[in-house]
Ligand binder design. Sequence first.
Ligand SMILES: Cc1ncc(COP(=O)(O)O)c(C=O)c1O
Length: 372
Amino acid sequence: MKQNMTRRDWLNKSATVLGGSLLGSMAGISPLKAAPIPSSNAPVRMMFNENPYGPSQVARRAMRKAFSESNLYSMRGAKAEFKELMAKLNGVTPDHIAVGFGSGEILKKAALMNGIDKGELVSPVLTFETINRYAKTMKSNVKRIPMDGNIGIDLDRMADVVNRRTKMVYLCNPNNPTGALMNTDELESFCKTMSKKATIFVDEAYYEYVMDPNYRSMIDLVKQGRNVIVSRTASKVHGLAGLRVGFAITTPEIANRMESYLTDSLNIVGLRAAIASYQDEKFQVFSIQQNNKARKVVTDFLDEKGMRYLDSQTNFIFIKTEIEITDFQPAMEKHGVIVGRPFPPYTDWCRLSMAKPGIMERFNHGLDQVLS
Ligand SMILES: Cc1ncc(COP(=O)(O)O)c(C=O)c1O
C-alpha cells in the first residue's frame, strides 16, 4: 500500500479503477426498473450483516492450504503472523494488537476487564449488544444513554454520566443497527477527554465500508498512547464470519491484558484465511463496490416511496417501515427475505442487511407488497 495514501483513499481510488474491469462485467442494475426477481424460493438472509460474496478466492486457497496444517498446534505462529500484518497495515507495532475469536471475543474480554475492575460501563441505548450483555454477566452496572433526536449517539449525555465508577465507555462507529457515523471531530474530542477517566472502546467492525471522506479511525488516539481500544473484524468486508477472526488495536498494556484473557480458541484455517484476505485488496474493493450498489438499489426505491431511512456507511440500512418489526419480519419472509430482529425502542424500524445487488430487488418487491 502506498505510504502517502490512507487505506481509505486507496480503497476509494481502487474502487474507481476496478469499476471498469472487475466490476464492469457485473451488469448495472437500474434500481427502479423491475429487475427480475430471483427465482429460488429459499429465503435470502438479510439479517446478520454478512458479506454475500466471501470468502475471496485468495482466502479459499489459503484455507485449503491450511487444511494440511490442521493436525499441528501451529496457530501460535499464524497468530504472530496475523498480528504482524495487522500492525503493519495499521501503522503500529505488534504489541498493540490483541487477536480474538472474532471481534465478539474482544468485546467480551473488554467487559471482563471492566468487571474485574468492578467498573460501570456506559453505552448508548441503540448499539451492538455483545459488550452490554457480557458486562451484565460480569454483574457490572451498565448505563444506557438514550439516542439523540436523529437516532445518533449523544456524546454530551454520555460524557455527563461518566464518573469515577465508570471504567469503560462503548461506542460503535459506524453504529449498528443504525449504520450511522458520529461526527469524527466530536468523537475524537470525546475520546481525548474521556479516556483520562475511563477506557474508551470504539468498535470499528464496519470501518472498511465507510465512504464518508470526513471519517477517521480512532487508531490515531491509540498511537498517541491514550486509553482507547479499537476493534476490527475479518467477518464483514472479508466475508469470514464463520471462521471467527477479529482483533483489537490498543495500548501494549491493554493488549497484553486482553491477550492474557484470551481463551486461545483461534484456529489455523481462520487465521490463514484472514492473513490472505487482508492482503487481497481487489476482493475488499469488490465487496465494498457491490455493497454500495446493493444499498443504492434499496435507497433509490425507498426515496421513490418517500420512506425514511438513516444514512448508512455500512452493509445494512435502518429503515422506518412504520410497521412493528414483529409483524414486518414474518410478512417479509413470505416474500423470501429474512430481515433483522427488533431493536427496541425503535420497533417500527427494520435493519436490512445487504445481499447481492440484484437480490435486493426481492426486498423492494416484498416491501411494496407488504405496504400495499
Ligand atoms: C458492531 C459489531 N461489532 C462486532 C461484531 C462481532 O463481529 P465478529 O465477532 O464476527 O467479529 C458485529 C457483528 O455483527 C458487529 O456488528
